[in-house]
Design a protein around this ligand. Sequence first.
Ligand code: SF4
Length: 729
Amino acid sequence: MPFLNELKHTLPNVKAYRLMQRLFKENPGLKDIIDTSNAISQAKKKLKTWALDILSENKEAYLYFTREKIGKTQLEKLRSKDYAAIRILDYIKHSGRQFKDLNLKGEIVENDPFAILMQCAHKGTSGGTPAYFYDMIHLFRQFSGHENSTPNKIEISIWMDRYSSGLDPEVVWQRGKNKLHILKIIIKIIDERRVKSKRYRFKKGTSSQKKLALAKIWWNDYKFHLKFAVRTPEALNEMLGYSLDREVMDNMKQAQKVGIPLFVNPYYLSLLDTHASPVSLGSDLAIRQYMLYSKELVHEFGNINAWEKEDIVEPGKPNAAGWIIPDICIHRRYPYVAILIPKSMGRACGGLCSICQRMYGFQHGDLSFDLENLKPRDSFDDHLETSLNYFENDSQLRDVLITGGDALMSTNKTLRKILQAVYKMAKRKRKANINRKDGEKYAQILRVRLGTRLPVYLPMRIQAGLVNILAEFKEKASKIGIQQFVFQTHFESPMEITPETKFSVSQLHKAGWIVTNQLVFTSAASRRGHTAKLRKVLNDIGIISYYSFTVKGYMENNHLFSPNARLVQEGMEEKIIGLLPDKFSPALRQLPLNVENIVDNISQLRTDADIPFLASDRNVLNLPGVGKSLTFRTIGITNDGRRILEFDHDATREHSPIIKKMGKVIIIESKSIHDYLQQIDDMGEDVIEYESIYGYSLSETESRNQIFEYPPYDYDVTKKITNLDHHLT
Ligand code: SF4
């Protein structure tokens, strides 16, 4: 039965009804339409005429609505009230459509926003919640020309200053104390033989002082952190000085019961505050959200739906994007790049982020933190060869992204083997082109990337041995045409940037690799000024921001989810302070060519442009099957105020030829804007600062910053596309 039929009889609560009255009081024209219409079709007709009247004042907005003219430049021609008019028209156009809501275990949701309003006004039923009515109130405020101001540079700077960084001396000092506390507990654990290790143990009679001195040395060894990573809620709380409250502990125990692994290493644990202090109040919240599981995750674990459809691989059959893939070691969406997941320790990570899509694998027992079991098996070499043959024999692939898990969880020996295999493959691919004519040549490998969060989770992993391997690879690979050497990492908070991190990143730079960052725009990370501050501190240590992602998934990630409207708001408003004027583009493009001096050069660039950070990233949602995009229109809203978005692919980049056939993607968000604002309020935020969020109902994907583009070839690459199921095109 369609959802709305059930809702017809549902009594709204008092607050919802009062909000409806407020909506009508503010908008007598709307009240009149609803009061004088006998049927919903009549009301929609009148609303449509009203909205079209508004659009007729701005021809460019009308052309955008009809999709005759689209794109970012066209979107910029819209007035705020045009956004609202288009939303009203889209609500009407898409009403009656039914969607599977995977947040509600596949329940069918019927989209009919104005039917909810009319039913509530005429019959006093409809299930409209306060969240639904708040969204409607803001829609009609925007429609009647009420403008929300955008923040200025000074306001954004003040917001940024709210957050400490892990490089601030007071924070460093506090973490020194945390480290000492944790080390004393580990010494006790070793003494009581709760964790047995041949490497980390004390000889009989060792004094307490000597033990501490030894433990301090071990702290610089990443294997020590893997060995003593906490795996139970009790151990976690012990290391955190029993600072976790009962609710959190109950939830973590429940998480353990349902089978969600816990794996937090001592270094990462030392980043959490164990008492409130005015110096860094709330600054560690984004880390906390990543480490401590939400009630929603615990509830959904076991029934989490896969988000990444293209990750479902059946050898010989096309994946969701039409590519034929040899095995699960390759993930591919786009023609130019594929992900290589070596069957090595790379399947593991230095921790488990609560938003990790690998939760899907953990719930089926496909993954674990049994690090011994994850070591490479005999079949590793064969798999690696099969995977790399795929890159070699593909006409378009030019970019290898080695990840996992985490690329740096592989040992140096394994990593050297992987990079050597990549080098040989790239060499063979280049050689094979010699005998091909211009226009028939295959794309040669231009870029190699390593995806890792270890500069965040375990910066001590980055040691001289690894740096040598990376530098050697770069030197050799540069001679056969590979031009871009990139570490892709994942910082969420300026509090994750510590002196240890800074040093580890400088080592990667020393090896000649640039470091870029992708962040996930969680609710804690979405607080005003938080990501702007992160970008600044990343730039301070020479990291370039690449992507900001909306949290993927369904109800399991509800707690961490920030609505896409917030991501659009952030993207547009942060550019006020971080946009690099075009005249500096050549200097920006030079950065990767002189990696050893990247810290100074980024600093100089910011000084010259008078900006605190380079807003070099773009904000996107990783759509199932389709890939990254933030091109969407809000076409509906559920009775509980969750927006229904219709996404299109990102037209600014190359896609699988089947993209047009894949059509648009409907996303029903897992949280209403009202609920999001309440959550933010609970984090101590002033929701007034976020108010314009409701108006961001349309978006176009920004084009990729030039620094992330592939360098051109000095030959014409074939138009032939291999490894694609051409029947689908
Ligand atoms: S770093 Fe990435 S792969 Fe590793 S746990 Fe976090 S989200 Fe998952």
